[in-house]
Ligand binder design. Structure first.
Ligand SMILES: [Zn+2]
Length: 334
């Protein structure tokens, strides 16, 4: 039996026929990157290939070293006898599924992805393949996402109420992808200005530089010392909660935007006033739909609920098994 086209190694997912890695976690000579989140895009490799719209984010993540080749969606790159093309994953700006074709066999590595509409990145493109490597972050039936418009309307109403009481609305969200998606989803009329934490602002500028339209924002670091944040919405990363940075806001009302908020206990544990269910990962119905869309004979699972998903797919008569990776299950990166 010939060896699989893509297999896990100590450095990451490796395609021997084309001699390249996908999202390697150790430095390699050739890395194909699905997206700029920290557990997928690691510094130290010699050459990177990634989808063009995410190049600004990737350069910020990787630092000045390493050659980065921008690849347009759908345009194949040849690594020896292997054709590699990047296709929209709908996860964050520049996110890509990696399609690998060798001697008529097609594998697709999804990276992180979602099926819901998101104006801040290109929509997910279903790809036919023989083997589909899928993420399984939220692979349980309980994870179903409400329409993003209704969540954005809830956030807006909450902000309006807080502003009428002159209390700062503090919304915690992952800094890359989620924060920009929230900004884009908010209704056009705002109860007050929007401020960004220093971890969110430069990434948001990268989105604007890539042509994504977002409402005007200010930086907390550039505000006056005695700034009145009474009517403001402040977007900050989860790590800022409870930090000394928070002291400048008077009586803030806090909310957390995350797919994990689907589980009530998570919200209680984090101690926020509100939880908003919004994720940049695929939910359970979207995951099963996507696997059907690929028509894959074999499904390999990574991240989160990989084992549970394998069990379910096996029960449905599909060939599936978990793929050992080092991708973290970061509860903030959702
Ligand atoms: Zn991601």
């Amino acid at each position: 039996m010939s060896s699989p086209l893509i297999q896990p190694t100590g450095k990451g997912l490796y395609c021997a026929a084309g001699d390249f890695y996908i999202d390697p976690w150790r430095p390699v000579s050739r890395a194909v990157i699905t997206h700029a989140h920290a557990d997928h895009a690691r510094a130290g490799s010699e050459q990177y290939w990634a989808a063009s719209p995410g190049l600004g984010l990737l350069r910020r993540r990787l630092g000045p070293r390493g050659v980065i080749h921008g690849v347009d969606y759908g345009v194949p790159v040849q690594f020896g006898p292997v054709a590699v093309s990047l296709h929209p994953a709908g996860h964050i700006l520049g996110s890509a599924q990696i399609r690998v074709e060798y001697r008529g066999e097609v594998w697709v590595a999804s990276g992180d992805y979602k099926r819901d509409a998101d104006p801040t990145c290109a929509p997910f493109e279903p790809l036919a393949c023989d083997t589909f490597i899928t993420e399984a972050t939220f692979a349980l039936p309980v994870y179903r996402w409400p329409a993003v418009e209704s969540v954005a309307a809830d956030i807006h109403a909450w902000w309006q109420r807080n502003a009428s009481e002159r209390r700062t609305t503090m919304l915690f969200s992952y800094a890359l992808g989620k924060a920009q998606r929230l900004l884009a989803a908010l209704p056009a009329e705002h109860p007050g200005p929007i401020y960004l934490h220093g971890a969110v602002a430069p990434l948001t500028q990268d989105y604007r530089d890539a042509g994504v339209e977002l409402p005007p924002t200010r930086m907390v670091s550039e505000a006056a010392k005695d700034e009145d944040y009474g009517s403001s919405l402040v977007i900050a990363p989860p790590s800022a909660a409870g930090s000394t940075w928070m002291r400048r806001f008077r009586k803030p009302v806090t909310g957390f935007a995350s797919g994990w908020m689907r589980i009530r206990g998570n919200r209680r544990r984090r101690g926020h006033d509100r939880g908003f269910v919004i994720s940049d990962h695929v939910d359970w119905p979207g995951l099963l739909q996507t696997i059907r869309d690929t028509g894959a004979r074999q499904v390999l699972t990574t991240h989160g609920r990989a084992d549970e998903l394998v069990r379910y797919l096996n029960e449905q008569g599909l060939q599936a098994r978990p793929l050992a990776t080092l991708f973290g299950d970061d509860e903030d990166s959702d």
